[in-house]
Ligand binder design. Structure first.
Ligand code: SAM
Length: 265
């Protein structure tokens, strides 16, 4: 089955937000280290507090941990279920007074955060939250984010898949478990178009057996480091560093993840 861009995003993040929420929850355990790394980088740029804009925030892990570090955060996501869960998580972590979650389309980010105090000191885009709507849409989002930020603000594009990695480590299938769910991934990658297409098939664990729940298709553009840095430059962000991991601040290479730090110029 072939899903258009709009279809897959709605299916995975809205219709089956219950399934994706389990996958996202599994990422919370590694968020403290990720945010520690961000805070270390920000410290080098003299940013110790301020306003954070968390693009495609999901259920709020980056906003919540950054709020624990003393930042004030606005997280934006299109999925009401994720925004509601993010609010509950902020409450649990005792940071509700420092974070605000808005349900909205990041492609219209200026409109979405229109009435909120600005400019932002930090912008985050975490966990392959680029390429969903194509290069033109990403350029527009980063331009808008730049307009909403002060000069010298820092943008993180973190934990993002990149072409160099896919070329070397492409795994056509994989398996993962999240709570009572088993997920099989079938991947395709077309180097001619830099388009990745993944099918996620979800099963519920039933004793020794698995019961089919649903299937979701994902299609997105995969960037190289240089392509993304050029795009950022066109949007008013100067890439200043890349890391394989923000948790360890190890250098990026073809076998690591992609994490970019860019400065508003
Ligand atoms: C891979 S998840 C990343 C979530 C979060 N950044 C994290 O690291 O846990 C991508 C997120 O983008 C959101 N999303 C996709 N398209 C969107 C859009 N046009 N506007 C706002 N959010 C969107 C989805 O609802 C989902 O929460």
């Amino acid at each position: 089955m072939c899903y258009s861009m709009r279809d897959w995003v709605n299916k995975l993040f809205i219709e089956r937000s219950d399934l994706f929420l389990k996958i996202m929850n599994a990422r919370w355990v590694r968020t403290a280290q990720l945010v520690d790394g961000m805070v270390r980088v920000l410290d080098d740029f003299g940013i110790k507090s301020g306003m954070l804009l968390d693009l495609y925030c999901g259920n709020g892990r980056v906003s919540v941990y950054m709020a624990e570090k003393g930042f004030r955060a606005i997280g934006v996501d299109m999925s009401r279920a994720f925004v509601e869960d993010a609010e509950a998580k902020a409450e649990e972590h005792g940071v509700s007074h420092r974070v605000r979650f808005l349900e909205g389309d990041v492609r219209e980010i200026k409109q979405v955060v229109g009435r909120v105090s600005k400019p932002f000191d930090v912008v985050t885009n975490v966990w392959t939250s680029v390429g969903f709507y194509g290069v033109k849409a990403d350029l527009s989002v980063f331009k808008q984010a730049r307009q909403l930020s002060r000069e010298g603000a820092i943008l993180f594009i973190a934990d993002t898949v990149h072409i160099e990695y896919l070329s070397l480590k492409f795994a056509p299938t994989s398996y993962a478990e999240f709570e009572d769910i088993v997920m099989l991934e079938d991947r395709k990658y077309d180097p001619m178009t830099a388009q990745a297409q993944t099918t996620w098939t979800f099963y519920k664990k039933m004793g020794q057996n698995l019961e089919f729940i649903d299937r979701a298709e994902i299609a997105h553009h995969v960037y190289s480091l240089s392509e993304l840095c050029s795009l950022l430059k066109r949007a008013g962000w100067q890439a200043v560093a890349s890391y394989g991991s923000l948790a360890t601040l190890q250098p990026m290479n073809s076998l690591t993840g992609m994490n970019i730090v860019a400065k508003a110029v």
